[in-house]
Design a protein around this ligand. Structure first.
Ligand code: BG6
Length: 423
C-alpha cells in the first residue's frame, strides 16, 4: 500500500484473484473471499502484478508489459456458498452428499473417458494427494486393483520430493485435490512432469493451479466446500473413481440412486449419532478398525475425528490388531469397527470381540447388529464396492457432533487451513 492509496500485489505461484465490485476491488487467494460482494473475477496469472487505485486496475507482467484484465463471471455454483439453515458449513456439506454424488464428474464426461483410455493403456500409474484426498487415493488403489485389475501406487504428495525415483518416467500421475492449490500436490505434479508423466487430476476447483498444470481434468463438481475438513469432496472423489471403474469393467454397474438413498437413510440417524458423540466428550483415544477396502476408510475416519474433535485417533488394519494395537485396548478407549456384512465381516467381528474383552467400548458401523457392539449405527446393505461411501457418512456426522460436544469450531479447526498453499 503506497501513501497515495495505491495498492500493489503480485502473483508468484500462490493464487491471486481480483474481485471487481461496483465501486471497489478485492484481492484474494480464493473467490470465496469476495463472493458475497461480487461474482466478477479477474484471475491473475503467475508472474504478473497488479496496481490498484481508487478507480483503476492495471495488470503487468514482471517485465512491465501491460496485460489486459479479463473479467470472468464466477459460476453460479458459488451462489450456494451460504450456510442456509445449517449451524455450520461442515454439517451443510455432509448433508448435501445425497445430491452431490450425482454431479461428480458430470461436467467433464469427455475428460473422464480420456482418462480411462490412458489408465487402460499405461504401464505405471501413480496416485497422489494430501490429507483426505490422499485417503481417497488409497481407496482408489484397492478398488482399481480389485474391480479393474489395474495396479497403482499411492504416494503421499509431500513424500514424493524425498523419493522422486518412486515414479517411473513416461507414466501416469493421478493427482487428487479438492482445492487444486495444495502446495504438496503441485510439487508432486512438478516432479512427475520432469519425468515426462501425463497428469490426470481430479479437482473441485477447475480454475486452480493444478487444473492449469494437468493434461486431463476431471471435475468433482460438488460446489464450494467451505468446511476445512473434507466431507462431500471425499465422496465426490470416490464417485469419480466408481465411474472410472465402470468404464474399465463393463460388468460393473453402479447404482447411484441406491448410494444416494443410503446416504439419506444414514443422515436420518443423526439423533442416534449425536447421542453416541456425547459419549466421546472425555475420551482421549479413538481407534478405527477395518479390513480390505474398509481399511483406507478407517484411516480417513481417524483423520476426520482428529481434524474436527482434536481427539487422538488412529486407523488400524484389522489383522494388525494383534501385532501391537491390542496392547492399547483398555477401558479408556473407544473403537469404531467398520464392519458391513461382506467378505471381511467374520474376521472383523472376531477383532471386535478381542477388543471388547479388554474393556474398550465398541461402535459398530454395519448393516447387521451384534452383541459385540456397545453402540450400533446401521448402514443399509449395499454391495462391497459402494460400502466405502455409505460407511463414511456416519463417521463424518459422529466427528461433527463430537466437535460440538468438545466445543471446537467444526468449520475452522485450530491450526488447520482449507488449502495449504505454502510448504
Ligand atoms: C488440508 C485440508 O489442509 O488439505 C484437508 O484441511 C484436505 O481437508 C487436505 O484433505 C488436502 O487438500 P486438497 O485441497 O489438496 O484436497
Amino acid at each position: 500500500m503506497f501513501e497515495n492509496g495505491e495498492l500493489a500485489a503480485a502473483r508468484f505461484h500462490e493464487p491471486l484473484i481480483i474481485g471487481v465490485g461496483e465501486k471497489n476491488y478485492f484481492l484474494s487467494s480464493d473467490v470465496l473471499g469476495f463472493i458475497e460482494q461480487t461474482d466478477d473475477a479477474v484471475y491473475i496469472n503467475n508472474g504478473n502484478f497488479v496496481l490498484i487505485n481508487q478507480a483503476k486496475l492495471q495488470i503487468f507482467d514482471f517485465d512491465g508489459n501491460v496485460i489486459k484484465p479479463e473479467i470472468t463471471k464466477v459460476s453460479k455454483e458459488f451462489a450456494d456458498v451460504y450456510k442456509g439453515d445449517y449451524a455450520h458449513f461442515t454439517l451443510k456439506e455432509i448433508s448435501e452428499q445425497s445430491d452431490t454424488i450425482f454431479r461428480a464428474g458430470e461436467s467433464t464426461k469427455e475428460a473422464l473417458k480420456e482418462a480411462v483410455d490412458y489408465l487402460r493403456h499405461s504401464k505405471n500409474i501413480y496416485l497422489t494427494g494430501s490429507g483426505t484426498s490422499y485417503n481417497a487415493s488409497l481407496v482408489a488403489k484397492y478398488l482399481l486393483a480389485k474391480y479393474a485389475k489395474i495396479k497403482t501406487e499411492s504416494i503421499i504428495s509431500s513424500e514424493l520430493q524425498f523419493s522422486p525415483d518412486l515414479i517411473e518416467p513416461n507414466s501416469i500421475l493421478v493427482a487428487i485435490s479438492q482445492s487444486g492449490e495444495s502446495a504438496d500436490v503441485l510439487e508432486a505434479v512438478n516432479i512427475a512432469k520432469k519425468s515426462n508423466c501425463k497428469i490426470i487430476s481430479i479437482i473441485n476447483s477447475l480454475t486452480s493451479s493444478l487444473a492449469r498444470e494437468s493434461d486431463i481434468v476431471i471435475g468433482m463438481n460438488c460446489g464450494p466446500e467451505i468446511g476445512v475438513a473434507a466431507t462431500k469432496s471425499f465422496t465426490s472423489q470416490l464417485i469419480i473413481l466408481y465411474k472410472i471403474i465402470q468404464e474399465l469393467n463393463e460388468e460393473i454397474k453402479i447404482n447411484f440412486e441406491e448410494i444416494s438413498s443410503s446416504i439419506s437413510k444414514i443422515l436420518e440417524e443423526h439423533n442416534l449419532i449425536k447421542k453416541i458423540a456425547s459419549e466421546l466428550k472425555e475420551i482421549s483415544d479413538i481407534y478405527v478398525l477395518g479390513r480390505g477396502i474398509h481399511y483406507p476408510i478407517a484411516i480417513e475416519s481417524a483423520l476426520k475425528i482428529k481434524e474436527l474433535t482434536y481427539i487422538h485417533a488412529e486407523g488400524i488394519a484389522g489383522g494388525e490388531l494383534k501385532h501391537g494395537p491390542l496392547a492399547l485396548m483398555d477401558t479408556n478407549v473407544f473403537v469404531i469397527i467398520i464392519n458391513p456384512e461382506d467378505s471381511t465381516y467374520q474376521d472383523t467381528l472376531t477383532s471386535a470381540r478381542e477388543i471388547k474383552a479388554r474393556g474398550a467400548k465398541i461402535i459398530g458401523i454395519s448393516d447387521k447388529n451384534s452383541d459385540a457392539y456397545d453402540f450400533w449405527v446401521k448402514i443399509p446393505k449395499t454391495d462391497e464396492l459402494t460400502y466405502p461411501i455409505s460407511e463414511t457418512i456416519p463417521i463424518q456426522l459422529l466427528s461433527y457432533y463430537a466437535a460440538l460436544e468438545k466445543e471446537t469450531d467444526p468449520d475452522y479447526p485450530r491450526n488447520l487451513a482449507k488449502s495449504v498453499t505454502v510448504k
